[in-house]
Design a protein around this ligand. Structure first.
Ligand code: 4NP
Length: 154
């Protein structure tokens, strides 16, 4: 059974698709399943934002096949780890948890780098390409740490 990791943001077109692509690129496919979802419904079925696609491509990662989906309460059972991009996503996801076990699966992704400091991955949706590049760098560093821990556990 692969370890299942879910990346969550608001729209599932900017940050979490990058997080999914980055973490997947650091882990062997046979042992890990990396996925993403959004807490908002607007972009369900859509490919990632063109700016996320470009930033990923510049870094050798292809995210063009991803499609937006909505976070559902059943995902607490379907995934082992749920990483959210910001404190709003955290509140939205935690509201749907039924018990402590489900709540414990949810972590702010930048807690990997700045434990307990509640640092958000800034939403680049209303920004420019360089904001997407900055998000990539943050997520890349956080995913290095996540991948190392997950690989140690296997
Ligand atoms: P994301 O960015 O949460 O990083 O995918 C957003 C994308 C779209 C919207 C908000 C945030 N939106 O409101 O449509």
């Amino acid at each position: 059974m692969p370890t299942r990791i879910l990346m969550v943001c608001l729209g599932n077109i900017c940050r979490s698709p990058l997080a999914e692509g980055i973490l997947a690129s650091k882990l062997p496919k046979n042992d890990f399943l990396v996925d993403s979802a959004g807490t908002g419904h607007w972009h369900v079925g859509n490919p990632p934002d063109k700016r996320s696609i470009l930033t990923a491509e510049k870094n050798g990662i292809d995210i063009t096949n991803q499609r937006g989906k909505l976070f559902k309460p059943s995902f607490f059972k379907e995934y082992d780890y749920i990483y959210v991009m910001d404190t709003n996503n955290y509140a939205d996801v935690i509201k749907m948890a039924k018990n402590e076990d489900e709540k414990m699966k949810v972590q702010l992704i930048l807690d990997e780098l700045f434990p307990g400091e509640n640092v958000d991955v800034p939403d680049p949706y209303h920004g420019i390409q360089s904001n997407f590049d900055q998000v990539f760098e943050m997520l890349d560093e956080a995913c290095d740490s996540i991948a190392n821990k997950l690989l140690e556990k296997k």
